[in-house]
Design a protein around this ligand. Structure first.
Ligand SMILES: [Fe+2]
Ligand SMILES: [Fe+2]
Length: 363
């Protein structure tokens, strides 16, 4: 941490056990404990919020939502410590505006690390007025993406307006604050799928700007990137969130996600053929070594080629608890070394995106 001793608000519905959590948080900053039925003063003085609340009843959830409102509005990092590791708990936490979710089994070291990372991102983001605006756009995009992804998982409809709102939020966030600030915020997401999809989408927005595409074409590329991994909504979480390498049988299941996403999107109606192609073809490679159909060369459209470059680069720079983050410069070297799999002329233009993503944000 680079500034003073920031204050973290700990909201809990169990005073007895939250003291231990409060003492862990106190190792990295000043911790203010607040009960679920209190109304803390001075939202501006809080650098981050940690919630330790059971999502048991509607009244408690409504109370927590109300308590968190000023912090959501101020784009303050909010971390939820879950009471159990059910999918419901994770979804509920995200719906309440949590920017990070910690499992019920998180150790003191994991809690301290998550808070340090959140505070680091926040401290970098706070000084400039433009940064607050960027953080709001990023948060808006995350919530909209969550709505779309959740609907796909549950077999429900999502609207074209929701996709357009999310697309607009990403374009504005990257235009306002630049790709590096976008990455700094998205890298704090614990949900690996959300982090990946938001990385790809932000990179696509920056790529579209670098290519000098028209406003409509920029949005088309960003829209395709936003939806490219929609099919992962139906992949079991045990495979999706598995730390480390997948077994062959798991890989086979994972590789069904382009077809699943294509089917979901066709069922929603009103999407352009190029967007459907991105969803179905983003793992095809120009030399024919990709999947699901081993297409090559001219069988792969322009929008797919652009998205695939963002997708490969995003996968390399993702940040997960179980693996060291790869520096953007190293990731670009790998991308550049993929030879005939990607379109060389487009990779050359992507150099500018990679350079921007490697540049530290000015304080
Ligand atoms: Fe994918
Ligand atoms: Fe992807």
């Amino acid at each position: 941490m680079s500034t003073g001793n920031p204050t973290v608000l700990l909201i809990s519905d169990r005073d007895d056990q939250s003291r231990e959590l409060g003492s862990w948080i106190g190792r990295v900053c000043t911790c203010r404990n607040v009960a679920l039925d209190e109304r803390p003063a001075g939202a501006n003085a809080v650098a981050a919020v940690v919630t330790d609340v059971a999502f048991r009843d509607a009244a408690g959830i409504a109370r927590l939502r109300s308590l968190l409102a000023p912090y959501r509005a101020a784009a303050t990092p909010i971390m939820a410590v879950l009471r159990d590791n059910s999918h419901y708990g994770q979804v509920q936490a995200v719906a309440l505006g949590a920017t990070g979710v910690l499992p019920s089994t998180a150790s003191s070291a994991e809690v301290c690390r998550a808070i340090s990372e959140a505070l680091g991102a926040d401290i970098r983001a706070k000084p400039a007025h433009v940064a607050a605006s960027t953080a709001e756009h990023v948060e808006q995009a995350r919530l909209e993406f969550h709505t779309i992804f959740r609907a796909a998982r549950c077999g429900e409809a999502f609207t074209r307006a929701e996709v357009e709102n999310a697309t607009g939020s990403v374009v504005e966030a990257v235009a306002d604050g630049g790709i590096r600030r976008w990455l700094d915020i998205v890298w704090t997401y614990d949900n690996g799928t959300y982090q990946h999809c938001m990385l790809v989408t932000g990179l696509a927005a920056e790529f579209a700007r670098s290519l000098g595409l028209s406003a409509n074409d920029q949005k088309r590329l960003v829209r395709g990137a936003l939806l490219h991994d929609l099919g992962k909504a139906k992949i079991p979480l045990s495979i999706l969130n598995k730390p480390g390498r997948l077994e062959p049988a798991e890989l086979t299941i994972m590789r069904t996600h382009p077809g699943i996403g294509h089917e979901i999107l066709c069922g929603q109606g009103s999407y352009e053929p190029e967007i459907l192609e991105v969803v179905l073809r983003h793992h095809e490679l120009l030399d024919g070594s990709g999947y699901p159909d081993g297409l090559s060369g001219s069988q792969i459209g322009d929008l797919v080629r652009l998205t695939t470059i963002c997708d490969v680069y995003a996968a390399l720079i993702e940040r997960r608890p179980y693996k060291q983050p790869m520096p953007p410069t190293r990731a670009f070297d790998i991308l550049h070394g993929m030879g005939g799999k990607l379109e060389a002329a487009l990779v050359r233009v992507f150099t500018r995106v990679a350079e921007s993503s490697a540049a530290p944000v000015a304080a």
